[in-house]
Design a protein around this ligand. Structure first.
Ligand SMILES: Cc1ncc(COP(=O)(O)O)c(C=O)c1O
Length: 497
């Protein structure tokens, strides 16, 4: 490597290592020379103070015009890489980032690498939409033309002004419509000022973390539970503690409140994801009471409870007790369609007032036509009618899936959930492995999810399959379950062999 005082000879050799040629990328010889010298300066081959050849000598050696070399030197001089003077052309004194040993680089690796390492890969691509995939609504039954009508109307009424940013907290018309819908359908008590429109429930979760926690705070999540909740907590560098779920929902051992006091508790009380359990009234009241006493916040994820199939409607926790420390999140991904990417967060009154200035600085009001169309869709009654139609459809689909399981799944199994929503959870014996079965099922174009993938600390009872019926037509359940039964039998056989 040339040292700072070396004559231009070795530098020239380096510059001539490969000829400059007009290449397909169309970069001119001048540009190539500029890149070559700049690259050698940046990677330290031409250190600070190193003398560069004179323009005439370099031009002759490279077989290009002297004007080209002068132009390159002028540019490098203007960029500060070299200093031109009558004494010659030298590399400027530059602070180059030192090359650090690998271990040091790893220790300083960006936080995202650390967070990603704590997330287990999903077995499914977000874009794959196959039969039995949980959480997908009946997309073919969505009233596209009615929706288009609302969109057209929104574009017509808002005109070009709808192209500009909107209210960062969301279109007022939509927030008012959501408030009215939630009051009737979910028993949520709020004013539009408490509602923030988000990019789906996932953004609502991320906002909750940013609003009420500091890195290092403790967060409880359901185990097994929604993977996106864990991702949001890890994004805030929280200390994530899994809490088991039983048939009555989130089950918190008493001592955890003192030994692992949380700042944030995530729960899906009206239809636990993925087990389908409903958090009992006693546990809801206890959770709110203890959260209040320990200064904790509760995220209530109410993602698909509009589809209640059995018994009375289970109301939200949010409206249960005045001033409950509940941040209530919802999404239109299940009630309408996922690519809409619209959800919402209902903040407790006092928190909403405190958070508004920060939220207004942090968020940008986008998707304005979609928001206005959605407000119209809700206010015109089309949303409730759509929900009613889908509820009946999902009930039929669930019944068909249950019948197929009873008839064709000939291994011992337990079906859980189904009082609400769009999926059933099937627990399997421990002589087969749900992850292997789910993977094998992909080859047959179906996407059940392995139950164990939702667990942070999987127990034997977390061996099973989460079967979505929302987007799978009734006629398919028998052949799909027959195929699953074969895959399970083969897996058990292999385990024995
Ligand atoms: C339990 C639960 N919560 C929240 C979401 C997030 O929905 P989105 O971000 O699409 O609104 C999902 C999506 O599958 C979910 O299953």
């Amino acid at each position: 490597m040339p040292d700072a005082e070396a004559p231009a000879g070795p530098v020239l050799d380096l510059l001539l290592e490969t000829p400059l040629v007009k290449d397909r990328s169309g970069a001119s010889l001048q540009r190539q020379l500029h890149q070559r010298i700049r690259g050698a300066i940046l990677d330290g081959r031409f250190p600070s103070g190193c003398r560069l050849p004179g323009s005439r000598a370099l031009a002759t050696a490279l077989g290009i015009s002297r004007n080209s070399v002068t132009a390159v030197y002028d540019l490098l001089g203007a960029e500060g890489y070299i200093t031109l003077s009558r004494q010659g052309t030298r590399v400027s004194a530059l602070e180059r980032p030192a090359s650090r040993p690998r271990a040091a680089r790893q220790a300083a690796s960006p936080p995202v690498a650390r967070r990603a390492a704590r997330i287990r890969d999903s077995t499914l691509n977000a874009a794959d939409n196959l039969p039995l995939r949980p959480g997908v609504p009946a997309l073919a039954r969505f009233p596209l033309s009615a929706w288009k009508h609302c969109l057209d109307r929104a574009v017509r009424q808002a005109g070009p002004s709808g192209l500009w940013y909107g209210d960062p907290l969301g279109e007022p018309a939509l927030r008012a419509a959501i408030m009215r819908h939630l009051a009737v359908a979910r028993g949520v008590r709020c004013e539009p000022e408490q509602i923030v429109i988000t990019e789906g429930a996932q953004e609502a979760l991320t906002l909750c973390v940013r609003l009420v926690t500091n890195p290092g705070d403790t967060a409880w999540i359901e185990d097994p539970g929604y993977r996106g909740a864990k991702t949001a907590m890890l994004g805030g560098d929280l200390d994530v503690i899994p809490m088991r779920v039983d048939d009555s929902g989130l089950s918190v051992p008493e001592r955890a409140w003192t030994t692992q006091t949380p700042r944030l508790v995530y729960t899906s009380p009206s239809h636990q994801y993925p087990t389908g359990a409903v958090l009992t009234a006693a546990r809801r009241l206890d959770l709110i009471d203890r959260a209040q006493r320990h200064g904790a916040w509760i995220i209530e994820d109410d993602y698909d409870s509009e589809y209640r199939h059995a018994g009375e409607l289970v109301g939200a926790m949010q409206g249960l007790v005045p001033d409950a420390p509940v941040l209530y999140g919802g999404t239109f991904s299940k009630t309408l369609f996922p690519s809409l990417r619209l959800g919402f967060l209902v903040l407790p009154d006092a928190l909403a007032a405190k958070a508004a200035p920060w939220l207004r600085e942090t968020l940008r009001g986008g998707h304005r036509y979609e928001q206005l169309a959605l407000a119209q869709f809700i206010e015109s009654g089309q949303f409730s009618r759509h929900l009613g139609r889908m509820r009946r459809l999902y009930k039929r689909r669930q019944d068909a899936l249950r019948a197929a399981l009873t008839q064709h799944l000939d291994v011992p199994h337990v079906v859980a959930g189904g009082d609400s929503g769009m999926h059933l959870t099937v627990r399997l014996p421990d002589d087969c492995l749900d992850t292997r079965i789910a993977e094998a099922a992909r080859a047959f174009e179906m996407a059940p999810m392995p139950l164990s993938r939702f667990a942070l600390r999987p127990l034997p009872e977390d061996n099973g399959l989460v079967l979505g019926y929302g987007n799978t037509s009734e006629s398919l359940f028998v052949p799909l379950v027959q195929r699953l039964a074969k895959l399970i039998a083969a897996d058990r056989q292999e385990g024995k062999g």
